[in-house]
Design a protein around this ligand. Structure first.
Ligand code: RM4
Ligand code: MN
Ligand code: MN
Length: 424
């Protein structure tokens, strides 16, 4: 869906005065305003192709209607988000949920919306129709070599699709593990998995990265073969310089200190990418920033500190992606909210007075350290995000405008009420 330029301009004109008052008040407090605005504009977050339909739980699924029926329609949906917020300029594909049958045409369509292809994702956690061997007892860890070979082969195919689309990374999340004590020899499972990953790693093009994503539990409930950042880091270290750990915010045990994990992975040069979402319990895949925005800010604070120390480019040196599944919200509204929350946390972290924080740390001034962090966190940066968004060609209020345009109603009338998008 392409947004009518006049409608966009009307929207922006009607919000201009109110915005200007807030922006004028905020900008005098920001050091190097232009530099900060530029960083906000440059920061793009990839949208997963599996988050555009309504997600379900194992108890049911309540579709909202107008879901994309094809990869082309998914690209159109992300293209719409990107026109609104100018921050969703990439798409991440899951294979075989979204196979680009005509890669050339898909690339052209994406380019029309200003979208590039982010990390490719393989799927060896579900059995597909006509698949020779089952992944019921794992994929790369499997005791049977034929199953392991099939899983390796699938990843090689995913790399091929990615090459055609101009992607340059592969994310591997394995559901491998065990649900009962005694089911698995942990060491053998690790070694089989490492061996498979090594074969996949060997097939990576020169300029590609491999992201090894960990998860504490689910679907296996006793052990996961890539269960935490320590295990992921072990694989990444053994694999070589193109392999990195990927942190999905929902993949930890409750109360894990994710900001510390991020800091140490960055220190080792082994943090590769991020899957944003929010959760109260486990892999809840809720809207980013909906439950624990302070944690998100603290994570960004470590990201920026760690990246700056290593002279990394915030926008391009790590893979930024949303990984969520929406049970009750309109998926597009949810994604708009998630992108906004990420940008807010990023902007707040950019405002941290790092010099003063370092000083407070050197002096063991604990109270002052908290003051400094919370001064940034409590800054209302929404006008900064809006300013950057409109400068980049987007709109002041993406969600409001999305509703004014009656996007969902229009999608339902063109695609139908009963459509079901591929994905979770
Ligand atoms: C997993 C994990 C992966 C995602 C799948 C769909 O829990 O987060 O990143 O590809 O879900
Ligand atoms: Mn994930
Ligand atoms: Mn997940």
């Amino acid at each position: 869906m392409h947004i009518d330029k006049h409608q966009r301009d009307n929207h922006n004109e009607s919000h201009y005065q109110a915005h200007k008052a807030k922006w004028d008040a905020l900008k005098s407090d920001i050091n190097d305003v232009e530099g900060v605005v530029k960083k906000i504009i440059d920061f793009q977050i990839a949208i997963p192709s599996w988050a555009l339909g309504t997600g379900g739980t194992r108890f049911g699924r309540f579709a909202g209607g107008g879901e994309p029926r094809s990869l082309e329609e998914k690209i159109e949906d992300i293209g719409l988000l990107h026109q609104l917020n100018k921050s969703s300029g990439a798409i991440s594909l899951h294979i075989p949920w979204d196979i680009p049958k005509d890669a050339k045409a898909i690339k052209i369509l994406a380019a029309q919306y200003g979208l590039r292809f982010d990390a490719m994702n393989s799927n060896t956690f579900q059995d597909q129709k006509n698949q020779l061997h089952s992944y019921k007892f794992g994929s790369l860890q499997h005791v049977n070599k034929s199953v392991r070979d099939q899983a390796v082969q699938h990843n090689l195919e995913v790399i091929e699709y990615g090459k055609q689309l101009g992607s340059n990374s592969l994310t591997i999340w394995l559901s491998d593990g065990s649900s009962f004590p005694g089911q698995l020899n942990f060491r053998k499972a690790f070694q089989n998995t490492l061996n498979g990953l090594q074969q996949i790693y060997a097939a990576l093009p020169e300029d590609w990265k491999m992201f090894v994503e960990y998860k504490a539990f689910e679907p296996n409930f006793y052990s996961m073969t890539v269960g935490d950042w320590g295990q992921s880091l072990l694989y990444a270290q053994k694999l070589g310089p193109k392999a990195f750990t990927l942190v999905d915010l929902g993949h930890h045990l409750p109360n894990a200190n994710i900001e510390q994990i991020v800091s140490l992975l960055l220190m080792e040069g082994k943090l590769g990418g991020f899957h944003f979402n929010d959760s109260k319990y486990g892999d809840d895949d809720l809207t980013v920033g909906s439950i624990n925005p302070y944690q998100l800010f603290l994570i960004f604070n470590e990201l920026i500190e760690g990246m700056d120390t290593r002279h990394m480019d915030h926008a391009t040196d790590l893979g930024w992606m949303i990984d969520a599944s929406h049970n009750v919200k309109d998926p597009l509204e949810d994604l708009l909210q998630s992108v906004e929350a990420i940008k807010i946390a990023y902007a707040q972290a950019l405002l941290v007075n790092t010099k003063a924080l370092k000083q407070a740390q050197e002096q063991n001034d604990v109270a002052q350290a908290q003051e400094i962090l919370q001064a940034a966190y409590r800054t209302d940066v929404r006008a900064l995000i809006a300013e950057a968004r409109v400068l980049a060609g987007g709109v002041y209020q993406p969600l409001t405008f999305f509703r004014t345009l009656k996007v969902r109603e229009r999608l339902i009338s063109s695609r139908g009420k009963e459509t079901i998008a591929t994905g979770l």
